[in-house]
Design a protein around this ligand. Sequence first.
Ligand code: PLP
Length: 482
Amino acid sequence: MTLVDTPADDAKGATAPAKPELISVEQAKTLDAATVADLFTRHLNPGQLHFMKLLGFDKVIIDRAEGMHYIDRDGRRILDFFGGFGSLAPGHNHPRILAVRKKFANERRHEIAMAFLSQYAAALASNLAAVSPGDLDMVFLGSSGSEAMEAAIKVAEQAQGPKRSKIVYAENSFHGKTKGALSITDGPLYRSDFALLDNIVRVPFGDIDAIRCAIEADPEIGIVVLETIQGGGGIVEAPAGYWRALRALCDEHEVLWIADEVQCGLGRTGKFYAFEHEGVVPDVTALAKSLGGGKCAMGAMIARRDVYMKAYGQPKTALIHGPATFGGIGEACCTAIEMLNILYDERLIENAARQGDYLIKRLNALKQKYPKIIKDVRGRGLMVGLEFQDFSSTMPFGVKQLVSVLDDKLKGSLCGFVGSLLLADYNVLVAFTEYNRNVIRLEPPLIVRKTDIDTFVDALDALLARGILRIVRDFIKRHAKG
Ligand SMILES: Cc1ncc(COP(=O)(O)O)c(C=O)c1O
């Protein structure tokens, strides 16, 4: 018995367009690495493939993923210390996340609820208000961090009005690639030559005097947007006391503070939100990444009730930034609801704090052991940065030439060599950093155990013991082998 009516019978006799040659799902699962690379070049992003090839990542086709690991076609288990830049708090394919999604589908629940009130969106919004301090009570649901940040700057601008719409943002910030979020994202890498918002003022990150000067000099400034811990900037924290001072400054000048917690939120730093370490509450915040349980696209903007009501609280303003087609769809909302429950039931926030301390302790011991290679270890909880010495000026001439032939971007940065060899020789995956090419980013799932940390740090230790020259040589050899 079919549960869904098909129009095929009704359409008999009419001219049907010929079906193009389409790849089926089952075929997609079995494509080999060369075909995937070819399709990637022809239809997705040839330039990106260039970097994947350089690092040797293009050879790996992942078959499955569970917990802390990716598993490739040959059954090789790859320990994930990248964690999708903070998108995998519960690990890969957490059983409770899978169960909720499967049940939702089996029960044939609805996804698109634009015509009706969604019980799932309402429950998720209520849960987000419950985990958020103060009167961060009003929620907009979207499908990405960029969309959550767009919602954040729009609610703040709408609440402040056109005379106070200027936005302060930070050097080395990353808030997303849609045009509004990109306008407050620093650095030529992403900004390119796009025509972006011009009502923006850039200040150094973590410098309260710089923000004070900017605000006092320009009464049109009504919004400050900052990541609580900079991810793309290379895991950078503001000095102690900064957020309390910022809160007081914003209150004094009636400026709205937006805290971007897309990467550092959801328990990663040992508190649900990283700003909670200073006991302060912003006016607006944003979450995404792990909110989707590592399984789906979900983003949320959470605003103080009075800010939200000022912006969109009336029927005539309610639709100015109402939900998009996929904002708050059923299964994604239920996944996020389950994610929040797992976070507390499995004490993942506490685990992030404890394992993060252990990871930083072990990395600091490596720094003592290899002072000429490791410059700095920093971070909070499971948002950790490992900065290598920049050896671009000290590299022997011959090696420098060899490396620059490979690629301009890798020249002088140990991260590419280390990341590539950690994967090839030790089955460990780490992440790089957009703005600081000497920083490796470590954002493992919050389910990480001490033994995983030992496996990772022991692998890094064994690799660094080869010394810089051998690391570069081994990388080049591997690259030459193809
Ligand atoms: C701090 C921060 N904000 C916003 C974003 C944008 O999120 P998305 O890639 O989901 O659009 C990111 C993504 O890395 C991020 O790290």
